[in-house]
Design a protein around this ligand. Structure first.
Ligand code: ASP
Ligand code: MG
Length: 428
């Protein structure tokens, strides 16, 4: 008997028909002789709608109450799914994050998992039941509060549970047939990737590919757990994200072993750029600035320090961070302006980030040239550049981002003739 953790995203459980379809799939999986744990997201765009409501009643909703509100979304879908499963003569029990033993730190809105104690889930399975767990939520033992793990966090709930229960596989069900070489909503001619290393998937997720939550990929990699990303609307084989080559899984025959040089193009419009102007060019200033940012719990991404204008003894430091964290980070920096001694701050939230990812980049010269040539031919100006061994990222203007993504995707020969089927979701 295998233990399978299945996670269904919001578009898969968007309405009653969707919930019934998922219930069928879950019961079929159990009837095939497996133990099944299901993690659900909130129905459709519920989380966004709840956030909109919060913004209507308060300028700055308290983080604790936002978490209380948002966890309600997943409770609705978990209970409805349990009912739909009962209707198919199987037994399912739903659990909130805290009931399922998802123990997190106390940081509202982006809590991190510190322990998973799924004994109630295990007991449900031992009784022959299906266990359903509300995604992206947990509780903190220090504060005794309910927390959420950040947008898209249900993927991480699923992987964390799969690791704690020693599951054989974690299946992430979404509204497309797998991970594509670019977001199919921007590049309809993108191709499905059959298998991808967790190293590349990490870079894709960190670069804005929303198909998988970044921390879910980190978690799976750490625990050596394979993830199968696939559609709940079809029976096609999806994309396998493999923590290490040669992993013991059943991959369909004929999948090429030699990976292409480039695995995909990711983009991100959720970041803004802060420039700290006129920072004294002496040791310790960058540490002071990033200490302040860390204190504001901001996740910064690209960092660029310009050379100081000759003789001025001052330099500019730019970095990107999630737009939602911009206000706090700016406030924290402003409060320290005198002690750090910088001149001013500039904030720009009309930027877009594009990243090209591929493990084959390491051993193939000329990738950067082809990349920058494609951008130049598309008339896209570049603002910041950063690289890792297997990624090149640039920041451009937000309104040129789609054009840039299509140009780069094409330049690396990733376009196909067929259009990707997007089964559901609003892309919100
Ligand atoms: N419902 C949450 C969100 O929309 C969590 C998730 O779906 O993963 O971000
Ligand atoms: Mg998601």
């Amino acid at each position: 008997m295998s233990l399978i953790v299945q996670k269904y995203g919001g578009s898969s459980v968007a309405d009653a028909a969707g919930i019934k379809r998922v219930a069928r799939r879950v019961v079929d999986t159990q009837n095939a002789g497996n133990e099944v744990v299901v993690v659900v997201s909130a129905m459709g765009d519920t989380t966004d709608e709840l956030l909109d409501l919060a913004a209507e009643v308060a300028d700055q909703p308290p983080a604790r109450e936002l978490d209380m509100l948002m966890t309600a979304g997943e409770r609705i879908s978990m209970a409805l799914l349990a009912m739909a499963i009962h209707n198919l003569d199987a037994v399912a029990q739903s659990f909130t994050g805290s009931q399922a033993g998802m123990i997190t730190d106390g940081i509202h809105g982006k809590a991190r998992i510190i322990d998973v104690d799924p004994h109630r889930v295990r007991t449900a399975l031992d009784k022959g039941n299906i266990a359903i767990v509300a995604g992206f939520q947990g509780m903190s033992r220090q504060t005794n509060e309910i927390t959420t793990m950040g947008r898209g966090g249900s993927d991480t709930t699923a992987v964390a549970l799969a690791a704690a229960l020693d599951a054989d596989v974690c299946e992430i069900y979404t509204d497309v047939d797998g991970v594509y070489t670019a977001d199919p909503r921007v590049v309809p001619s993108a191709q499905k990737i059959d298998r991808i290393s967790s190293e590349e998937m990490l870079e894709m997720a960190a670069s804005g590919a929303k198909i998988l939550h970044l921390r879910c990929v980190e978690y799976a990699r750490r625990f050596g757990l394979p993830i199968h990303v696939r559609s709940s609307f079809s029976d096609l084989e999806g994309t396998w994200v493999l923590p290490s080559p040669g992993d013991k899984i059943k991959i369909s025959e004929g999948v090429a072993l030699e990976q292409p040089i480039i695995s995909g193009v990711a983009h991100d419009r959720s970041e803004g750029k802060v420039t700290v102007v006129g920072v004294p060019d002496i040791p310790g200033k960058a540490a002071e600035i990033f200490g302040i940012i860390a204190g504001a719990h901001s996740n910064i991404d690209m960092i660029v320090q310009n050379i100081s204008t000759r003789g001025s003894g001052k330099t500019d430091i730019s970095f990107t961070l999630p737009i939602v964290e911009g206000a706090d980070a700016l406030a924290a920096l402003r409060a320290a302006q005198e002690s750090v001694g910088f001149e001013s701050l500039i904030y720009d939230d009309q930027i877009g980030k594009l990243s090209l990812i591929g493990a084959g980049m390491r051993s193939n010269p000329g990738v950067s040239f082809r990349f920058f040539k494609a951008l130049s031919e598309a008339g896209v100006n570049i603002d910041l550049i950063s690289t890792s061994e297997i990624r090149i990222s640039v920041v451009t203007r937000a309104d040129l981002l789609d054009t840039a993504v299509r140009a780069v995707h094409k330049a690396f020969g990733l376009d196909t003739e067929d259009e990707v089927t997007v089964y559901g979701g609003t892309g919100r």
